[in-house]
Ligand binder design. Structure first.
Ligand code: GLU
Length: 288
């Protein structure tokens, strides 16, 4: 008898819960549509309500994300991709210039919805953010003053190299120098590598952005500027040259918060752009 009473009570409690949940869901039917109940971050609804997709982009990577200093207008493959993605969502774009040092903070805080900014996909980064399939692959290069007579990786031995804080560049250079047998492999531990303390065979100075590294190169504060060639292009003035080697392929993906419902949308978007020739078209348009 007692058992039946308890069962009846439990049934009533769960019935009330279902009723309540139904009523609550009824308050926002549209939200119900996007809710998965599995802890997914609901970004798409917010973007649509706002009418704006906020995108972190580069402002000095010609052909990728470049802001005209006089008109303020942004151009480049990544800008076009952002505009196409926004159009698909039925909203406008708002661009925020980001650097390797600022992009993830702005994404985590919700100041921006996604990053399309020469952002390299790496296994470590994938643990913290969602990355799409790559839409472009670049390589890391090294820019030096012609007068320095540095021509190869070997010439970089024991030099100080300028890199951007939070970038893949220092690690890429050390790994390339190890491969070229310029640095002993046993001195390197990929997991604990820190550009600020590395002193074996080459050392680094970290800067917040690339204009600062370029100025440091002119001032002789660093012997070289190391980053993806797409980013170096704008700093390749007649008095400068690239060293012979380029290395460490850098796959660029669109980056979203881990578990965001925007992640699947961006992935499907990149897949479609690769398939229908949009990416090829944009590479041609921007000569990249
Ligand atoms: N592809 C490089 C990275 O993701 C870019 C570095 C930079 O933007 O300075 O680390």
């Amino acid at each position: 008898m007692k058992f039946f009473k308890m069962a009846k009570k439990a049934l009533m409690v769960s019935f009330t819960a279902v009723l309540l949940a139904g009523m609550m869901a009824g308050c926002g039917d549209e939200k119900k549509e996007t809710s998965t109940g599995s802890g997914q971050i609901q970004d798409i609804q917010k973007i649509k309500e706002r009418g704006v997709l906020r995108v972190g982009v580069k402002n000095a990577a010609k052909g990728f994300g470049f802001q005209d200093p006089s008109s303020g207008e942004y151009t480049g493959m990544e800008i076009d991709l952002a505009n196409k993605l926004a159009k698909q969502l039925g909203v406008k774009t708002e661009f925020t210039a980001v650097t390797a040092a600022t992009r993830t903070g702005l994404l985590d805080s919700g100041d921006i919805d996604c990053v399309i900014a020469t952002f390299t996909i790496t296994p470590e980064r994938k643990k913290s953010w969602d990355f799409t399939t790559p839409y472009y692959t670049d390589h890391v290069g090294v820019l030096v003053q012609k007068s320095s007579n540095i021509q190869t990786l070997a010439d970089l031995k024991d030099k100080t190299v300028g890199v951007a804080t939070g970038s893949t560049s220092a690690k890429a250079l050390v790994e390339a120098m190890i491969k070229a047998k310029l640095i002993p492999a046993d001195s390197y531990d990929a997991k604990n590598f820190d550009p600020s303390t590395w002193k074996t065979g080459v050392q680094f100075k970290q800067y917040n952005d690339h204009p600062a590294i370029s100025a440091a190169l002119s001032a002789g504060e660093v012997a070289a500027h190391c980053v993806d060639k797409s980013i170096l292009a704008i700093y390749h003035t007649p008095d400068r040259t690239f060293i012979k080697e380029e290395f460490a392929p850098q796959d660029y993906g669109i980056v979203t918060r881990k578990g965001s419902d925007l992640s699947k949308v961006t992935e499907d978007f990149v897949q479609a752009c690769l398939k229908d020739g949009t990416i090829k078209e944009l590479e041609k348009k921007y000569g990249i």
